[in-house]
Design a protein around this ligand. Structure first.
Ligand code: PEP
Ligand code: MG
Length: 759
């Protein structure tokens, strides 16, 4: 059955549209479990009804016409219970509801399985036969497994309006509706602009159909890509000549044959000549070949699907290489893609980015953090984005609620433009606080620093009166290039930063790659990237990279006494000691070269639970510490910070996280060492009162949130904040803690701030 399951899923992935998927599933299921009828009902959300969408064994003419209420019949019961129902004789069941149009009276045995995607019921798959019997356990398990896999395909297709399109009435509803997507609101604000779609690289499935503007140019593009792929394969074969047996090497010849002019190459050129662009033609041909292999009985030949797809991806990679140069950004660009990365942001010309929409990621992904620093409205974790349909459309990004409107009416655009104006006015009002202290009513003041990653946010930091840089994410200048920056290149960037803020302190974090931050030119391929080769672990394994970066930082700081070096992802004392040893080595090397850097202050990011519980040992060895609450929250709660499926569990106000923070501050102060916090929670007005009460010496926050945070601090007494902290530490639920903190802000007259953050 596993083989049959794989075959069905393979075919589903290659199917052209939802109707084809549903038809082939009913056909294959009927055959796989040797039964007489298999049918699929899907939920029409607009009318809260089931629609018979496909059948193999019932009356085919009823497809698209027969509708059931959600509580009607055995199908309704399966959906309501959200579990399989397996009945020997359906006629005897009180819920049996034979619709004469379906022609199912002759069937007795019934097994229905719900199709559920992310807790939402999509439909029900049923199988039936004349003989009275219960389907066996294996058959039931087969259908449950199939439905679980099918559910995401169906959820995806619903956005395309396929289901809605099945009746005339729904067609009208769909035509009137503006396509709206829902995701996680990551950066508050409204962005209105033109969609620039970023397609996944080398993903054949994601390639859209497009007419070729110039057939000759597409053909030549394809021939170049084909040639480059052939060269790659030849080089690979050459490299593996010594280590692979003869018969394995023959496989490379097979690949080259597949690509030659009588095979895939010929087919793709024919498709281009019909008017498709090269990428679309390649996708069509590879899918066609994969389908042919999928239908083969021979296991070995069927396995060759993987090779076909791999070859397709390789050619696509070369076709897409040129694509980057051809993107045109409008003055109000909304970046939309399945997985928008920090590198994509860096490509948009300065001042042109108006919004971000991403299929993957959540509020704590690095791209969201960067967007927040830049004040760009962002929605992430948007399921089932139909990229092709969004291309070149007007888009509204509502970063307050996490909604994205495609091709909105002028009326809606005006409403959102008004909202954006109100937000700007509120920010302008806060500008008066720029030169005032972040001081409580009873005279306790705290330093407010900024987090920085891209050069473009330096001016913003200055305009809000930042006291320095609490975290400079140096990896950003490693991301937007195609090789590691040289020591001199780094020197130029760091010098500019230190000079811009001088004499204010700047904490520069050493290269922190891994997790969701990968460099295009330095593949890491960790199966479990957040627990793998990340941060200091990478740079200690590559002392040449670490030393070049430290030397660049030290050279950049000459004549200025403001540099702090911050070490990310420290999880054991030996890592800290090794890093300190290398820093000292770089320092002495420079002295020997007759340069005169100051000894830098060295600090550690506390962002791994083991470091929290060794804060005092770390504090003894360093000059300062900074809590990375973004990672600390993910590691304490075991919740991947970038995974939208579990983003509901990610909460820095979890009591376990709060206890860890308190422990860090107390331990640091016992050793008389200053401690800061640079995770996103420091930028959240709701958390600020707690951080103040815990005793953090400084907060490092997004430039765009700095004035709001200052406003909050200036409305409270430290004595009240401490009382509130004591109360909060007795609570067990993160949701209740947030509620209580919001209440406190509301009582202090800051309710508008909470509402603005959530509107
Ligand atoms: C953190 O983990 O809180 C942090 C500031 O670092 P980053 O978000 O860059 O991982
Ligand atoms: Mg971190």
């Amino acid at each position: 059955m596993l083989t049959q399951l794989r075959k069905i899923i393979q075919e589903v992935n290659n199917a052209a549209d939802l109707n084809e998927v549903l038809q082939l599933v009913t056909r294959e299921v009927k055959e796989a479990i040797n039964t007489q009828a298999a049918s699929i009902f899907l939920v029409d959300q607009h009318r809260s009804e089931y629609v018979l969408m496909a059948t193999c064994g019932l009356n085919a003419a009823a497809v698209g016409k027969v509708r059931l209420k959600l509580s009607q019949g055995l199908v309704g019961l399966v959906g309501q219970r959200e579990e399989p129902i397996n009945i020997k004789n359906a006629h005897l069941h009180p819920n049996f509801y034979p619709d004469p149009r379906v022609e199912e009276e002759r069937y007795k045995a019934f097994l229905g399985v719900p199709i559920i995607h992310r807790r939402i019921l999509q439909g029900v798959l049923i199988v039936q036969e004349e003989q009275e019997r219960c389907y066996d356990e294996e058959e039931e398990a087969f259908l449950v497994t199939l439905c679980a896999q099918l559910s995401s395909v169906i959820a995806h297709a619903k956005v395309m309006g396929v289901i809605e399109g099945i009746t005339a009435i729904n067609e009208k509803i769909a035509a009137r509706d503006i396509v709206t997507y829902k995701g996680i609101p990551c950066v508050a604000g409204v962005g209105i602009g033109d969609a620039v779609v970023i397609y996944p690289q080398a993903d054949l499935q994601a390639v859209p159909d497009r007419r070729a503007d110039n057939i000759a140019a597409e053909k030549s593009l394809f021939n170049d890509a084909l040639q480059a792929t052939r060269e790659d394969i030849k080089k690979l074969a050459e490299r593996l000549k010594e280590s692979l047996p003869e018969e394995e090497l023959l496989l490379f010849d097979v690949y080259l044959k597949m690509l030659d002019n009588n095979n895939i190459g010929y087919d793709v050129i024919s498709e281009i000549e019909k008017g498709q662009w090269a990428q679309g033609a390649l996708r069509t041909v590879i899918q066609r070949h994969a389908m042919q292999f999928a239908a083969m009985e021979d296991d070995y030949l069927r396995e060759r699907i993987t090779d076909i797809k791999d070859l397709g991806r390789r050619v696509l990679f070369y076709l897409q290489e040129k694509q980057w140069d051809n993107i045109t950004y409008s003055e109000q660009t909304i970046l939309i893609g399945d997985d928008i990365s920090a590198a994509h942001l860096a490509e948009v010309p300065e001042g042109c980015l108006a919004g971000i929409v991403s299929g993957k990621g959540s509020g704590n992904s690095h791209v969201a953090i960067l967007a927040r620093a830049l004040g760009i409205p962002t929605v992430m974790g948007v399921q089932d984005l139909q990229l092709v349909k969004v291309e070149n459309k007007k888009v509204i990004v509502d970063g307050y609620y996490g909604h994205v409107y495609i091709d909105p009416t002028l009326h809606l655009q005006r409403e959102f433009a008004n909202l954006a104006r109100e937000e700007q006015e509120m920010t302008a009002d806060l500008q008066d606080l720029r030169d005032k202290l972040a001081e409580t009513i009873d005279g306790h003041s705290i330093d407010l620093y900024v987090n920085m990653g891209m050069a473009i946010d330096a001016s913003l930091a200055m305009s809000v009166g930042a006291g320095g840089v609490g975290l400079y994410r140096s990896e950003m200048c490693f991301m937007n290039r195609d090789r590691f920056p040289t020591e001199d290149e780094q020197y130029g960037i760091y010098r500019q930063l230190l000079a811009a803020f001088h004499p204010r302190p700047v904490a520069m974090r050493t290269l922190d790659i891994g997790g969701d931050k990968v460099l295009p030119y330095f593949p890491m391929n960790d199966a479990n990237p957040y627990l793998g080769w990340r941060g200091i672990r990478v740079t200690l394994d590559h002392p040449e990279l670490f030393l070049a970066q430290i030397r660049a930082m030290l050279r950049a700081s000459i004549g200025m006494d403001s540099l702090g070096i911050l070490l990310p992802m420290i999880s054991t004392i030996s890592e800290l000691e090794e890093a300190q040893h290398l820093i000292s080595r770089a320092y002495h090397e420079l002295l020997e070269e007759n340069l005169t850097p100051n000894k830098p202050r060295v600090g550690v990011m506390l962002e791994v639970p083991s470091a929290v519980w060794q804060t005092n040992a770390i504090a003894k060895r360093v000059d300062f510490m900074s809590v990375g609450s973004n990672d600390l929250t993910q590691y304490i709660l075991a919740v991947d910070r970038g995974n939208s499926k579990v983003s509901g569990l990610y909460d820095c106000l979890h009591p376990a996280v709060l206890s860890a923070l308190k422990h860090c501050v107390d331990s640091a102060h016992k050793e008389q060492k200053p401690i800061s916090i640079c995770g996103e929670m420091a930028s959240d007005p709701v958390s600020v009162i707690l951080l103040l009460a815990m005793g953090f010496d400084s907060l490092s926050i997004n430039s765009s949130s700095l004035l709001k945070v200052k406003w909050v601090i200036r409305q409270f007494r430290l004595s009240f904040a401490k009382q509130l902290l004591e109360e909060i530490m007795t609570y067990e639920s993160p949701a209740f803690i947030r509620f209580r903190l919001e209440q406190a802000l509301d009582d202090a007259g800051l309710g508008g701030l909470i509402r603005a953050g959530k509107r």
